[in-house]
Design a protein around this ligand. Structure first.
Ligand code: GLC
Length: 545
């Protein structure tokens, strides 16, 4: 047994199980806080807001990619896995952020993107300069084309962002990219790729990082044997037989990662972003692998009592199977914000709605926010870890009216301008009621903010006891105080109401309907909206003790 590696910085209270019930705040670095007036959020900006995050009551921050990147996909196209993008700061700035977070007992989770590099990564540049069949090309998936002169792609696989998943290079070969052409897929059957990534995990762990979010974790292993078989990422089989996603071989990679993560004391945590069928997500979450896997089921549910209850039951059962705790998410940088989703009629196609610049159907914004507050308060009562996406604590709505010429998401171009994409949830967040970017920085931000953002700013909501910010602060403080154990007991409730007890001293009751129901007895700890005498109004959650 070798001694555990000693990182540069450690949190104030050591605890190997911190991730099991952590509230994790997702920071999208370019849109969080701009400290140097270039319109782009940066690492020093995040550090300056650590006291705000501590006051909010989160246990960890997850940083979406801040690495050097040509930004073909908002930073999920990484040109160097072991550095900070110069526009966002330096490694020293990063170390200062980790120290500041740890001083407030906030853990730091870094996003690793192992499925693909940027086309600006030194490896890909070397691959392009090298000949077909070379070791440089063998880190990626280069293949000859089909057709008489190789002019057709090797297979009919499609990219997640639209169009073929293959792009041709000048010497005639094609390379695979499950996302944008600027995101060439790595070949994970190549030991050189594996070894290098393990060193990247050590690099950040040595700097004091407490955990990793693993991007597209279900995509790393591919069946590249010919004839190529069709892939259907929207309806993956339960037996791991799709050629591109959720294959059994991927688990060998994560078992090896677990050995690296366990070189540290406490072991580094990891959570898989694996859009695999629910029963197979438990595989990624095993303690011998990443330890946790995202459960996106609440995010995909309508605001409906039986849908929520089913999702909760299924995921708690899966946690029992894997030994991991669950991970609850309502919003992130890839989806329309939940206050806005809930403001639209059930079943609305949000891509189509965004194409109308958010006007048809007309969102009922008050209702959306009321429901979002109720859903978030329910989420925080659930056993397991809870994710908060920056700005949801302010009750932000999707910025649906970004002018088309300013859109940045590769989906916009790759879809032939038929899908606007994810920029509307990535607009810089408002800190103050006025100013050129509502306190995000001193100049206009890289994506325009809606005029009404000021009313949802931190300074506008700060002293207002009815604000969403005050609700989140109260909820997270109460959660800390009340939380114990990892189980829940369902309580009897009228139709349209979801009620459960975490233990005798903590009940959560959500009325998903619109008519009031009787308010159960107990001391009100937190409520997502105003309560009237003896009744729980519609679309409201209350915690009772
Ligand atoms: C993940 C990220 C998303 C990104 C994609 C490709 O799904 O969450 O933002 O575009 O991976 O890296």
């Amino acid at each position: 047994m070798t001694d555990p590696r000693t990182p540069a910085s450690t949190p104030a209270t050591p605890d190997a199980d911190w991730w099991r019930d952590a509230v994790v705040y997702q920071v999208y670095p370019r849109s969080f806080a701009d400290s140097d007036a270039d319109g782009l959020g940066d690492v020093a900006g995040i550090t300056s807001r650590v006291p705000y995050l501590a006051g909010l009551g989160v246990d960890a921050i997850w940083l979406s990619p801040f690495f050097p990147s040509p930004l073909a996909d908002g930073g999920y196209d990484v040109a160097d896995y072991r550095d900070v993008d110069p526009r966002l700061g330096t490694l020293d700035d990063f170390d200062a952020l980790v120290r500041a977070a740890h001083a407030h007992d906030i853990r730091v989770i870094v996003d690793v993107v192992p499925n693909h590099t940027s086309s600006g990564h030194a490896w890909f540049e070397a691959a392009l300069a090298a000949a077909p069949g070379s070791p440089e090309r063998a880190r990626y998936v280069f293949r000859d084309g089909t057709g008489d002169a190789g002019e057709l792609p090797p297979s009919d696989w499609v990219s997640n962002f639209g169009g073929s998943a293959w792009t041709r290079v000048p010497d005639g070969q094609w390379y695979l990219h499950l996302f944008a052409p600027e995101q060439p897929d790595l070949d994970w059957s190549n030991p050189a790729v594996r070894a290098d990534f393990e060193d990247t995990l050590r690099f950040w762990s040595d700097r004091g990082v407490d955990g990793f979010r693993v991007d597209v974790a279900h995509g790393l292993a591919k069946d590249l044997s010919t004839p190529y078989r069709p892939s259907n990422e929207h309806d993956l089989p339960l037996d791991g037989s799709d050629p591109l996603y959720d294959r059994d071989e991927v688990h060998e990679i994560f078992a090896a990662w677990r050995h690296v993560l366990d070189e540290y004391d406490p072991p580094r945590a990891a959570v898989a972003e694996a859009w695999a069928p629910a029963p197979r997500r438990v595989l990624y979450a095993r303690p011998t692998e990443l330890g946790q896997a995202f459960n996106f089921d609440l995010l995909e549910s309508p605001f409906d009592a039986s849908a929520f209850r089913q999702v909760i039951e299924r995921n708690l059962a899966m946690s029992e199977q894997s030994g991991a705790s669950s991970t609850w998410v309502l919003s992130n940088h890839d989806v329309v914000r939940h206050a806005t989703r809930y403001a639209l009629p059930a079943g609305t196609d949000t891509d189509a709605w965004l194409m109308t610049d958010g006007v048809s159907p007309t969102p009922d914004r008050d209702r959306g926010l009321r429901r979002a507050r109720a859903a978030s308060l329910l989420q925080f009562a659930l056993p397991g870890s809870s994710y908060v996406y920056q700005g949801e604590e302010l009750g932000l709505h999707e910025a649906a009216g970004i002018p088309r010429d300013l859109l940045q998401d590769p989906k916009w171009v790759r879809s032939g301008h038929t899908v606007k994409g994810r920029d509307g949830c990535r607009v810089p967040i408002p800190w103050t009621e006025s100013g050129p970017s509502f306190g995000f920085g001193d100049v206009a931000p890289f994506l325009p903010q809606p005029a009404d953002f000021g009313a949802c700013s931190v300074s506008a909501e700060d002293g207002d006891p009815t604000s969403t910010l005050s609700l989140y602060r109260a909820a997270l403080a109460a959660r800390r105080r009340l939380q114990s154990g990892e189980s829940l007991t369902w309580l009897e409730a009228p139709a349209g109401v979801v009620a459960f007890a975490r233990h005798d001293g903590w009940h959560s009751v959500t009325n998903f309907g619109t008519d009031p129901v009787p308010l159960p007895a107990g001391h009100v700890e937190v409520a997502s909206g105003p309560l009237s005498d003896g009744v729980l109004p519609g679309e409201t959650t209350v915690w009772l003790s």
